[in-house]
Design a binder for this molecule. Sequence first.
Ligand code: G6P
Ligand code: ZN
Length: 544
Amino acid sequence: MTMFKTVTTAPYKDQKPGTSGLRKKVPVFQQENYAENFIQAIFDSLEGFEGKTLVIGGDGRYYNREVIQKALKMAAAAGFGKVMVGQGGILSTPAASNLIRKYKAFGGIVLSASHNPGGPTEDFGIKYNIGNGGPAPEKITDAIFARTQVIDTYRIADVADIDLDAIGTFDLAGMTVEVVDPVADYVTLMEELFDFPAIKAHIAGGFKVVIDSMGAVTGPYAVEILEKRLGAPAGSVRNSTPLPDFGGHHPDPNLVHAKELYDDVMSPTGPDFGAASDGDGDRNMVVGKNMFVTPSDSLAIIAANATLAPGYAKGIAGIARSMPTSAAADRVAEKLGIGMYETPTGWKFFGNLLDAGKATICGEESFGTGSDHVREKDGLWAVLFWLNILAVRKESAYDIVTKHWAEYGRNYYSRHDYEEVDSDAANGMIAALREKLSTLPGQTFGALKVEAADDFAYNDPVDGSVSKNQGVRVLFEGGSRVVFRLSGTGTSGATIRLYVERYEPDASRHAIETQEALADLIAIADEISELKKRSGRDAPTVIT
Ligand code: G6P
Ligand code: ZN
């Protein structure tokens, strides 16, 4: 009697992983063998994992448990020696990255569609991470996709489901399954990096913090850290139970979806500081009283104050940011005399820099911040970094941010999204911009003169790989710029992103409302790109 069976299947043509794994609606994943095909394609694209450990976990969204059971049985059939799985099927993306690294696993499968809504008709996703804890590079995701196109069988153990809710070690068809506390190892890591006693004392002294977990994965992590270890009152973590549909929340921490938290912190009697995370716990938003901290400023301020946290007391080796992220961090790197790296959008581009020790801290304008402690961006890490800085400096977020601007100058920054635009129109706009690039330098628009214009290309300084066509940049004299690119994560039509940035060194001009401060650049961007005319829209869908 064999415990394994080989099942005949047929390829699905649409299993191409995007920026962050394969993301589709739940009903798509529920088609016969759909998840199985993709998981088998992952295993078929890897080599040398026999007898080794795989980490599996997800953000708790609808269909998480079902796919975990399938993945466990398929890992056994593929020959893994052991799987570490989070209790209840829960692992935040940064916690999964930590487990892979800490226990030297071969890799991991992370089940999430990040900040997209969850539920029976909402989104689901499967992503493979490699042994450094980071997302699989394109070489591997391309191989996985190629395999999905020809797959005709998959292998699975024909055994009963594992009880995911019981912590312990179990046998599954000869493979060891270790159901682990999803929170413990992550909390240990955070305690090593940050000054918990200082934060605890600051909270005990009356500093009021709230975290909105948005019904998603960070709830148990935030309750353990903020309420249990740091002594914040019960209830300081809101929406703290991970729910299959996130309680109807759209778990994307920004000014639109975390508005309640924002309004609360802004009210005179509300908390001093608030933070929110996304579905799988890798994004963060931080707000202080009367001060929304943009992700670009957050990166710069964390880097400038990094040595206040014990884990970074020796100083940081370098900073990396995605190209559309503001240049605020560049000024910090310059002052510290450390390396500054500008990469294409997508966390995976930071992996080589972190592995090579060139960068310690990384960030993106899309509410992602992190460091070399794992190989994913990390929402709670960013929140704890801020709490550490606030506790040691004993100043408000408002004072810390405005003092930072006074010292380095302020990079006014905003992103305008035009969602669900006709794909041909969006591609046409970018193509027309590319045509124009060489004619722009030297031209003046109002008071601004174009210094340079290009389509961003990245030469990876570690492995020499080149990534072209990563976004059109128009750079003006004095440090202002506009950037145009198409989103790589959208699901319907095209999303045009316009990033606008203006550098203002004069501290007497640091209190202008952002859209007002950027109004001339926004108008110039439209003039250069014909954005409104080509998209058929007279205003962006979302402004962040
Ligand atoms: C995901 C990726 C990020 C990226 C963001 C926006 O969160 O992990 O690295 O910055 O999506 O990408 P997009 O292509 O939609 O601008
Ligand atoms: Zn995410």
